[in-house]
Design a protein around this ligand. Structure first.
Ligand code: UDP
Length: 371
């Protein structure tokens, strides 16, 4: 079998590329070493509930083109992400907004909140934030940092906040209105029926082979059933360091382990996402999947999320974009730039903490450039 593109990875980047390339008359083969499509946005139905198997995925974007693009493949519901944070015996709304501040300091007005935060920030004398801790402190002051950021961030990234890049925290907005919408984006929602259906539609009419290891295919020129394959170009959406056999050393990633269980109650925690922000609780958050789609099934499914350092054999989720890793990535990126017939895309291929909309944006730009 002869293809224009061998696409490695059936996640959002690979599927978007495949869909567009097919429209332009290119023949693509998509392979994935897992036994399912959709990468980490994969959802699976269980007891009538769409379970986000690799963690909560909430689609949000300010890019109308991307929003219209995904809406071709699914109808999105009106879910608005409003996580709740538990710190010891206290419960707060996220993102940091007037609901959070009024509960924390027993105040009511934006001015009172601003005064308290400004006073805490002034006492710290941070002129130029050098890391996540200083960035967070100089944005939100001591109380919010200590209760809602420090422990959670250290658990999620497995490193002290002083050793993490400041940009991670920019995802968390600070708001002086009573508004629990976690995202500032214009468009937001969950695809009704789950994410897997979107990717299924994208890959409709494209050759897809699962349980297929790229490195075996590359070496032998054959799929696992013996079919010979050739291709002009490769789109690789796996780990870029793995592609180059870690010749400069391995990049670091964070992984996540989920403990998922079905409970014989209708409503366990009253919200899709509850974060546990103190360091001593071993998991970072509990997801109750049905609430992403306003489900009223008789039972519920929850996942406790445990963060861990990535090692071979488990799934990588997050690149650790600190200075050391970014410098190492640059070495791989320099090699990648010299490749004539291999392109790299997605969170793992570009070692970038991409959201879903940014992945689609990047994939569309990549197609544009290629074709
Ligand atoms: N974060 C935090 N407290 C929270 C939630 C998030 O300090 O209760 C910080 C933490 O550093 C985390 C970052 O915000 O790494 C981004 O979190 P988010 O949940 O938005 O990212 P996701 O893990 O869903 O990609």
């Amino acid at each position: 079998m002869k293809y224009d593109y061998l696409i490695v990875g059936a996640g959002l980047f690979g599927a978007t590329f495949a869909y567009e390339a097919k429209k332009k008359g290119k023949k693509c083969l998509v392979i994935d070493r897992r036994d399912h499509i959709a990468g980490n946005v994969y959802t699976k139905e269980q007891s009538g509930i769409n379970v986000h198997v690799y963690g909560a995925h909430i689609f949000h974007t300010s890019n109308k083109t991307v929003w219209d693009y995904v809406n071709q493949f699914a109808e999105f519901n009106n879910y608005i992400n409003s996580p709740v944070a538990v710190y010891k015996d206290e419960l707060y709304n996220l993102p940091f907004n007037m609901n959070t501040f009024s509960k924390m300091w027993n105040i009511r007005t934006p001015q009172e909140a601003k005064d308290i935060i400004a006073k805490q920030i002034a006492d710290l004398h941070i002129t130029e934030p050098k890391n996540l801790e200083e960035q967070a402190l100089s944005l939100v002051g001591t109380d919010v940092y200590e209760k809602l950021i420090k422990g959670y961030t250290q658990k999620q990234w497995g490193r002290p906040c002083t050793e993490l890049p400041a940009f991670i925290i920019r995802r968390l907005p600070l708001r002086f209105i009573y508004d629990n919408n976690y995202f500032n984006d214009r468009y937001q929602g969950i695809p009704m029926g789950g994410y897997t259906k979107i990717v299924e539609k994208m890959l409709d009419g494209v050759d897809v082979r699962l349980n297929e290891d790229f490195f075996d295919v590359k070496k032998s020129g054959k799929l696992s059933d013996g079919t010979e394959v050739s291709y002009d170009k490769i789109l690789f959406t796996g780990q870029i360091d793995e592609y180059y056999e870690s010749k400069f050393g391995p990049l670091e990633y964070r992984s996540v382990r989920f403990e998922t269980e079905e409970l014989q109650v209708e409503n366990y925690q009253g919200n899709a996402v509850v974060n546990y922000t103190e360091y001593e609780v071993p998991y970072t958050r509990i997801i109750e999947h049905k609430h992403f789609e306003f489900g009223n099934q008789p039972t519920t499914i929850i996942s406790r999320e445990y963060s861990s350092e990535w090692k071979p054999g488990v799934e990588p989720y997050y690149p650790v974009n600190n200075e050391k890793n970014n410098a190492l990535y640059q070495q791989y990126a320099d090699l990648a730039a010299k490749e004539e017939n291999v392109i790299f895309g997605g969170r793992l291929g570009q070692y970038k903490y991409y959201d879903m909309d940014k992945v689609i944006e990047a994939a569309l730009a990549c197609v544009e450039e290629q074709l």
